[in-house]
Design a protein around this ligand. Structure first.
Ligand SMILES: *Cc1c(COP(=O)(O)O)cnc(C)c1O
Length: 322
């Protein structure tokens, strides 16, 4: 599989221009006071699907040939990759089936259905859902879309980092939450070309550390996958993304789920921003390691906003609806 390059990222920017406006990146003095750093929040939470992944989906769909378009695509996802594919497939008039592990976040499942995709709930976790998706794709002759090992997804997601380094050319670090690693791989790719002095720092939940452990070990590993942050709930490393993370990352931090929930609340309080758990993980790294970021100029990517109602009510201290 070919690693995407900066040229692929620039081509992807042309593909998505006119479909997705650049997302804002704001500084909030209250958040600086809380963290001790100069923090710039990149607002991927305002994408039409509520997460950065839509950039990758639109780029991947735009690159399919006529036969693939007709046969359709099959994806597997806990939610945001699914919404990205469903959104892009609808734009391109391509049939789309999504396998989600059973008992998905209802808000994400409803969004996928509303976008017109076929939703199949199967498997106890992402690994099992991936197997079911592969069988389905074979049976239908459809294009199976990996959650991370897709050069077109990484190139599409890289457009967020083209924006970041244009919006703030003088960053000391950009902090990116990781599940399969497409976002962080894209960050490495773009930083290397445009901002080689900016450190790319990845963050994962300690309850699902497969990408972190794979990066430290220098080989693909599978690990327990127990985080409540759906966007980060991935149980194994991916070859393509690890290939870019290997030389590209300055560091890879782990945070626990409690810290992620705290960061979710801080984003609400200090930045008036609704993030899902995964979308708050980058900020959680700053809260967990304040000495590391003190006085530095740091972009944190708020990757998504698709919190379930149950999660939101918990955040607001309200009893769950009966
Ligand atoms: C998918 C996702 C991530 C992790 O991205 P990867 O590219 O899989 O590493 C982080 N945050 C949110 C909101 C996501 O949906």
């Amino acid at each position: 599989m070919l690693q995407p390059t900066i040229s692929d990222a620039l081509a992807a920017r042309r593909v998505i221009a006119g479909q997705l406006p650049p997302t804002p990146m704001w500084n909030y003095p209250a958040l600086d006071a809380t963290t001790g750093a100069t923090v710039l929040v990149k607002h991927e939470n305002v994408q039409p699907t509520g997460a950065f992944k839509v950039r990758g989906g639109l780029n991947l769909l735009a690159g399919l040939g006529p036969a693939e378009r007709q046969a359709g695509i099959v994806g597997y996802s806990t939610g945001n990759h699914a919404q990205s594919l469903a959104f892009a497939a609808r734009r391109h008039g391509v049939p789309c089936a999504i396998v989600m592990p059973t008992d998905p976040n209802p808000c994400k499942a409803a969004a996928v259905r509303a976008l017109g995709a076929e939703l199949i709930e199967a498997g106890a976790d992402m690994g099992e859902a991936a197997e079911r998706a592969a069988e389905l794709a074979t049976a239908r002759g459809a294009r199976l879309v990996s959650a991370a090992d897709e050069p077109a997804l990484i190139a599409g997601v890289a457009t967020a980092y083209l924006e970041i380094f244009e919006q703030a050319p003088d960053l000391d670090a950009v902090v990116v939450p990781v599940g399969g690693g497409s976002g962080a791989a894209a960050a490495c790719l773009v930083a290397q070309a445009l901002a080689p002095r900016c450190q790319v720092i990845a963050v994962q939940s300690a309850a699902s550390p497969a990408a972190h452990d794979s990066w430290r070990a220098g080989r693909l590993l599978s690990r327990p996958n127990r985080t409540r942050a759906e966007g980060l709930a991935v149980g194994s490393g991916f070859a393509l993304t690890q290939g870019l993370l290997g030389p590209g990352l300055a560091d890879f931090l782990l945070v626990d789920d409690e810290r992620i929930s705290q960061a979710q609340w801080v984003l609400m309080r200090d930045a008036h921003t609704l993030a899902e758990r995964a979308g708050a993980a980058a900020l959680a790294a700053l809260l967990a390691h304040p000495e590391r970021f003190a006085g530095r100029r740091v972009a944190v990517v708020c990757t998504g906003a698709n919190a379930s109602e149950h999660e939101l009510r918990g955040q607001l201290g309200l009893a769950s609806a009966a």
